[in-house]
Design a binder for this molecule. Structure first.
Ligand SMILES: Cc1ncc(COP(=O)(O)O)c(C=O)c1O
Length: 447
C-alpha cells in the first residue's frame, strides 16, 4: 500500500509534461485552476475517449468530471462527431438565425416539462442571468430568492453565498470574492435549503420577490430526498404569487430525460439549461411558460427584456446538442442503466466505509455523485464540515495516481459509457485509496 508521499513522488515523475505546461502557463494565462485537480499541480488533458481522458504525458484516467457533467455519452461519441462533421463544411457560425436552431428548440421543448418556449444563449451562467431578468421584467419586482449552498453561475447576481456566521434559518449573503457591487445584496434573499423556514420567508417577502430560484438538485449536495421540499416550494410560490424557477443546468437531461422536473414532478414557471443540451459545445437555454417567456419577444413587447448574443444558437452547438438529445430520447435504457450503476457504486463504497468505520459516505442522485468526508448526514451545505480536508486531498491524490480523475469541485458523474467494467475499476480504486488514507491515520482528525 503506497503512502501519500510515495503517491506524490510517483505523480511527479509521470506528469512532467503537465508540470512544464503549468510553469509556462503562469507567464501568460491568469485564469483560475480551482476547477482542475490542483495537487501536486494540475494535470492538463490532451484528449478524451469514451469514459477516459489522457493527459499531456499520455496517462489515462477514468474521467468522473465528463466536462463538469455535460458529456452524457462520454467523450467523442460517434453520434456527436458525425453531427459536428456534417455541419462544418456548410459553415458553423452566422450570427443571424440558422436552419439548425429549430430542431434543438423542439427537442428541449418536448423534453422540458415547463417549456412552452425556448430561448438560447451560450452558457448556464447566461441562462440564469436571463431567467432573473425575465422574472424581473414580467413581475415588475426586483428581488430574487436563492438557497444556501446554491451555484447558478458566475454573473454578479449569483455571486453570493451564506455568511457562515449568520443564523442557519436566516442566512445573510456575502459576495463570493471582490468586484461584486455591494448594492446587489439588497436584491438577493438567501433562504435555508430544505427547511420550512424558507416558506415563511417567501410569504413574508412575496411583494418584493420576482423569482424563487432553486437547483433541480444542489450540485454541492446531490441527494434524491430533495423532491418533497421542491414540490412544497412550488406550491408555496404559487399561492404567494411569486414565480418559481428551477435551474436544470446540471440536472436537465441528466437526472432523467425530463430532468429534475420529471424526476420530482415539478412544473415551474421558468427553467434554465446548459451543459448536456449543447452536446459538449457552449450552450445555455431559458425555457418556461409562454406568458412569462413572452418578455423575450423584443423590447417592444409588453415588459420586453433584452436578450441576444453573437454566438447564441450557433449552428455547431445546435447540431451537436440535437444529436445528443435525439440519442438520449431514443435510448431511454441509458437512464435506467446509469441509475443502476451509480446506485451500485454508492452501495459498495458506503458498505466498505461502514464495515471499516471510515468517516466517509457517498451521496448520489441519478448519475451525479459526491463523496463527503464525514459521517454526519447532510441536509444542507451548512452541515458540511472541513475536518476531513486532509484525508480528502490525500484520497483524491491516491485516486489520480491510480488512474481516476475527480475534478477539484468533487462533483462527479457517470456517463452512458461508464459501463459495469469501468464502475468495477472505480470501486477498486476508491476502496484501495480509502484504505491507504486510513492506513496512514489521515482519518484520525475526523473520527
Ligand atoms: C446549477 C448550475 N447553474 C449554472 C451553472 C453555470 O453554468 P456555466 O458554467 O455553463 O456558465 C452551473 C455550472 O456548473 C450549474 O451547475
Amino acid at each position: 500500500m503506497l503512502t501519500l508521499a510515495a503517491v506524490q513522488a510517483e505523480l511527479l515523475t509521470k506528469t512532467t509534461g503537465s508540470q512544464a505546461i503549468a510553469a509556462d502557463r503562469a507567464e501568460v494565462l491568469n485564469s483560475g485552476l480551482a476547477a482542475n485537480l490542483e495537487m501536486p499541480h494540475p494535470v492538463f488533458i490532451d484528449r478524451g475517449e469514451g469514459p477516459y481522458v489522457y493527459d499531456a504525458d499520455e496517462n489515462r484516467y477514468i474521467d468522473t468530471s465528463v466536462g463538469f457533467g455535460l458529456h452524457m455519452l462520454g467523450h467523442v461519441h460517434p453520434v456527436v462527431t458525425r453531427a459536428i462533421q456534417a455541419r462544418v463544411p456548410k459553415g458553423w457560425m452566422f450570427g443571424i438565425h440558422s436552419t439548425s436552431q429549430l430542431q434543438l428548440a423542439n427537442l428541449v421543448q418536448a423534453g422540458s416539462p415547463c417549456a412552452e418556449r425556448v430561448v438560447f444563449c451560450n452558457t448556464g451562467s447566461e441562462a440564469t442571468m436571463y431567467a432573473f431578468r425575465a422574472a424581473r421584467g414580467y413581475s415588475g419586482k426586483d428581488k430574487i430568492a436563492l438557497f444556501d449552498g446554491f451555484y447558478h453561475g458566475a454573473h454578479d447576481y449569483g455571486m453570493w453565498m451564506a455568511d457562515p456566521t449568520s443564523p442557519r434559518m436566516e442566512p445573510s449573503a456575502v459576495p463570493m470574492g471582490h468586484g461584486i457591487p455591494g448594492v446587489l445584496k439588497e436584491l438577493t434573499l438567501l433562504l435555508p435549503y430544505r427547511d420550512s423556514r424558507a416558506f415563511e420567508l417567501i410569504r413574508q417577502n412575496k411583494d418584493e420577490l420576482a423569482l424563487v430560484f432553486v437547483e433541480g438538485v444542489q450540485s454541492s449536495n446531490p441527494q434524491s430526498e430533495a423532491g418533497e421540499f421542491l414540490r412544497e416550494l412550488e406550491s408555496v410560490c404559487r399561492s404567494a404569487g411569486v414565480l418559481f424557477g428551477v435551474d436544470e443546468v446540471i440536472t436537465g437531461f441528466r437526472l432523467a430525460y425530463g430532468g429534475a422536473q420529471e424526476r420530482f414532478s415539478l412544473q415551474p414557471d421558468l427553467a434554465t439549461y446548459g451543459k448536456v443540451i449543447g452536446g459538449g459545445l457552449p450552450v445555455g437555454a431559458i425555457t418556461g411558460r409562454a406568458e412569462v417567456m413572452a418578455v423575450f419577444t423584443g423590447l417592444a413587447a409588453e415588459r420586453g427584456v433584452f436578450s441576444g448574443g453573437t454566438f447564441s444558437g450557433n449552428p455547431l452547438t445546435m447540431e451537436a446538442g440535437a444529436a445528443v438529445l435525439n440519442h438520449l430520447r431514443d435510448h431511454p435504457e441509458i437512464y435506467v442503466e446509469l441509475e443502476r450503476r451509480t446506485q451500485r457504486l454508492a452501495d459498495v463504497i458506503n458498505a466498505h466505509c461502514e464495515d471499516l468505520q471510515l468517516p466517509v459516505h457517498m451521496k448520489h442522485v441519478g448519475s451525479m455523485f459526491h463523496l463527503f468526508f464525514q459521517r454526519e448526514t447532510i441536509a444542507s451545505s451548512r452541515d458540511i464540515h472541513a475536518r476531513g480536508l486532509a484525508a480528502q486531498k490525500a484520497f483524491y491524490l491516491h485516486c489520480l495516481n491510480a488512474g481516476v480523475l475527480v475534478p477539484g469541485t468533487q462533483r462527479a458523474f457517470l456517463s452512458a459509457v461508464h459501463d459495469d467494467q469501468v464502475v468495477d475499476e472505480l470501486i477498486n480504486v476508491f476502496t484501495a485509496s480509502l484504505d491507504a488514507v486510513s492506513a496512514e491515520g489521515l482519518f484520525d482528525a475526523t473520527r
